[in-house]
Design a protein around this ligand. Structure first.
Ligand code: PEP
Ligand code: MN
Length: 351
């Protein structure tokens, strides 16, 4: 387990917690924090090693100086993405100069675009998203599918369409990379954010390769992975030397629910307290239903998400993938984005 103490927790109080843990026979390793964090702003973090149970975690959490207990076991070194006081944001270059900043105290970032890049509708869909207030365009050229017999994307032609649209629209683009063999292709087209998808959440070879680049990486939680597993995998990307990590939740396979996936919205609240990197919620793939997007997006924004991913398409009946969940009205999208931004600011009061 990992323990975060409140800023300003006294050495004496922290010592009582450590003695209690050592009394159970566990090893406590104080985490030194990052160079550059000022002592007043730094959150003291301890790693605890041993056969920790829920009962131990609850007891530790009941000390007044303890802010959060994170149930991550077996991590051999410090988790780079654990919050120690700093609010790291990730900067994404804009095609015309300047950057989009996500995380920390920056406004909500909306990443909107087609699920799968197509030749005819990607540009108008991405222009529509921009007019409605989106900051970044999303579009898949390589599509992971539930059935291998379904359309798997336009591949390199799709990247070409996506990046030509980027130049015309003027917003950065995010696209999913499925395979280590495609890294050079994504570099050639200079895709601004590399997305690793839910089906690749534990494809460690891929995580190593995206981690070796300095590109922002949006890591999606695996739909059957625990938060602990996902945090370790995301941390592994950072350990390769890439600090530009964005952690994305997108719902999980649940035990019976009304939407496409079982929402994992409450994890936003927990992650915002524990990790130091921007958190995005994919409201289209979690709900899988156009009618769910506005309000669930609002819940995510109010809950502390730094960004939202949303599928849009100007002609959903012609969408190659997931047209049923795409927003097709510019006015509706504008209304959602406005409301989401306000809800994110309101949510900041709910600490
Ligand atoms: C996507 O974003 O297009 C996608 C396929 O998402 P996920 O990996 O979350 O299913
Ligand atoms: Mn999709």
């Amino acid at each position: 387990m990992i323990i975060q103490y409140y800023v300003g927790a006294s050495d004496g109080d922290i010592d009582v917690v450590r003695k209690t843990i050592k009394g159970w026979g566990f090893r406590v390793q104080p985490n030194p924090g990052e160079a550059g964090d000022s002592p007043e702003a730094r959150i003291q973090v301890d790693n605890v090693f041993g056969a920790v149970t829920d009962t131990h975690r609850r007891e530790v959490a009941s000390f007044d100086c303890v802010k959060t207990v994170i149930p991550i076991e077996g991590v051999p070194q410090n988790l780079s993405l654990i919050r120690r006081g700093a609010h790291h944001s990730v900067e994404i270059p804009m095609p015309g100069g300047g950057t989009v900043k996500i995380g920390g105290n920056n406004p909500l970032v909306v990443m909107a675009g087609v699920c799968a890049v197509d030749a005819d509708y990607t540009l108008p869909s991405h222009q529509m998203a921009k007019r409605a207030g989106a900051d970044i365009n999303r579009g898949g050229a390589f599509k992971p599918r539930t059935s291998p017999y379904d359309f798997q994307g336009l591949k390199e032609d799709g990247l070409k369409v996506l990046c030509e649209a980027r130049d015309a629209v003027g917003l950065p683009v995010i696209s999913e990379i499925l395979d280590v063999r495609d890294i050079d292709l994504f570099m050639k087209y200079d895709v601004d954010i590399l997305q690793t998808g839910t089906r690749n959440a534990q494809n460690f070879e891929l995580l190593i390769e995206v981690g070796k680049t300095q590109k922002p990486v949006l890591y999606k939680r695996g739909f059957s992975n625990s938060i602990e597993e996902s945090l370790k995998a995301a941390n592994y990307i950072m350990e390769q030397g890439n600090e530009n990590l964005i952690f994305c939740l997108r719902g999980v396979k649940g035990i019976g629910h009304s939407f496409r996936n079982q929402g994992d919205l409450d994890e936003i609240v927990s992650l915002a307290q524990t990790i130091d990197r921007p958190i995005v919620y994919d409201v289209s793939h979690s709900t899988g239903r156009k009618s769910g997007v506005a309000r669930v997006g609002g819940m995510a924004a109010a809950g502390g998400a730094d960004g939202l991913l949303v599928d849009v398409h100007v002609s959903p009946q012609h969408a190659l993938v997931d047209g049923f969940q795409a927003i097709d009205s510019e006015d509706e999208l504008r209304g959602m984005i406005d409301a989401w931004r306000q809800l994110r600011e309101l949510g900041r009061r709910l600490h």
